[in-house]
Design a protein around this ligand. Structure first.
Ligand SMILES: [Cu+2]
Length: 342
């Protein structure tokens, strides 16, 4: 007889309720606002990860980027370095995850992907549906793979405001976990418009003061040891909290009273990450880039491979609070972040 895990069942049920709220999200997403984003407050790594629009070219509503894939050695934390694939944007440093690509609704995105890997690759725009078929990035279906040394120009209208993802679509079970993924964020051209929507009685639930990425994954070293990573970094002890490279990636600074948007996505090939906050709850305001009609309050929520959620935490209690995966094998393997409320 099959054993029924009640906690799994409860989680599945609550996720079903949560997704039910996503119906009609597409219409609402068109009015989704950017909130009062304090990007300047994001220190160190967060600035690099979030303010990646610097250097992009914007001409006549076309936002142009060059996204380059290459093989690197990536330091996940402490002295732990792994062979990785990484994206760089407009000639910047290659990172895992790739730098966040930003656009404003109404613009056209033109992203030239340059392949400096030794293997073919493509890029898929995860969650972007209103896209010409030939721009979807699926090898042998919509395009020839981009060969080593080659490039391909993707061009498509920016989707409605929200959180999307870009990732490799070649040899996915290898290329994605190894680092070829990143966030694609579309901002609302009219911040605050959401509060003008008369049926949106819960607009205060969706306001945020500051944002961080929360991109989850696992990556292996040369001998096959897996490291569970948040924004490309793994927790290796208390020293990780003060390491500059972890600020904004594994250590999230926030002022008391702030509402902090985390753009969460799971890049793992096969593992769910139930993320759990200490010292604060959060409201899930969007699933897979689409607004939920009714935000759902949680402090622990499973994120399946390929799933994304926008969650807004309320930093109302000063302290140093861990924010970790509640698959406890992952937590002890480094999947721990820290919310510092001061
Ligand atoms: Cu996990």
């Amino acid at each position: 007889m099959a054993r029924v895990d009640l906690s799994e069942l409860a989680r599945a049920l609550s996720r079903r309720d949560l997704l039910k709220g996503a119906a009609g999200g597409a219409a609402l997403a068109a009015t989704r606002g950017g909130g009062n984003t304090l990007l300047t407050g994001a220190a160190g790594g967060a600035a690099a990860l979030l303010a990646s629009s610097a250097g992009e070219a914007l001409a006549q509503g076309v936002r142009s980027y060059t996204l380059t894939a290459s093989a690197v050695n990536w330091t996940v934390g402490g002295r732990i370095t792994v062979p990785a694939y990484a994206y760089s944007l407009n000639g910047g440093a290659p990172t895992v995850p790739g730098p966040t690509i930003r656009a404003t609704a109404g613009e056209t995105l033109q992203i030239t992907v340059v392949n400096r890997l030794a293997v073919p690759t493509t890029v898929h725009w995860h969650g972007v549906h209103a896209i010409p078929n030939g721009m979807d990035g699926v090898p042998a279906v919509t395009q020839e793979p981009i060969p080593p040394g080659g490039s391909f120009a993707y061009r498509f209208p920016a989707p409605p405001p929200g959180t999307y993802v870009y990732h490799s679509h070649v040899d996915v079970a290898v290329q994605v976990p190894r680092g070829l993924y990143g966030l694609l964020v579309v901002d609302d051209p009219k911040p605050g418009v959401r509060t003008a929507v008369p049926w949106r009685r819960d607009a205060s639930e969706r306001r945020y003061d500051r944002e961080y990425p929360l991109v989850l994954g696992d990556i292996q070293d040369a001998v096959g040891n897996a490291y569970h990573i948040i924004n490309g970094k793994t927790f290796y002890g208390l020293a990780a909290v003060s390491e500059p490279a972890n600020q904004g990636r594994l250590v999230f600074s926030m002022n008391r009273g702030e509402r902090v948007l985390f753009r969460a996505w799971n890049a793992s090939a096969a593992e769910t990450h139930p993320m759990h906050t200490h010292g604060m709850a959060f409201a899930v305001v969007a699933a897979d880039g689409m607004d939920l009609e009714v935000p759902v309050r949680r402090h622990n929520m499973g994120i399946d491979p390929g799933e994304g959620y926008d969650i807004i935490a309320h930093a109302d209690n000063p302290g140093v609070w861990v924010f970790h995966c509640h698959n406890l094998h992952h937590a002890v393997n480094g999947m721990i972040a820290v919310n510092v409320v001061s």
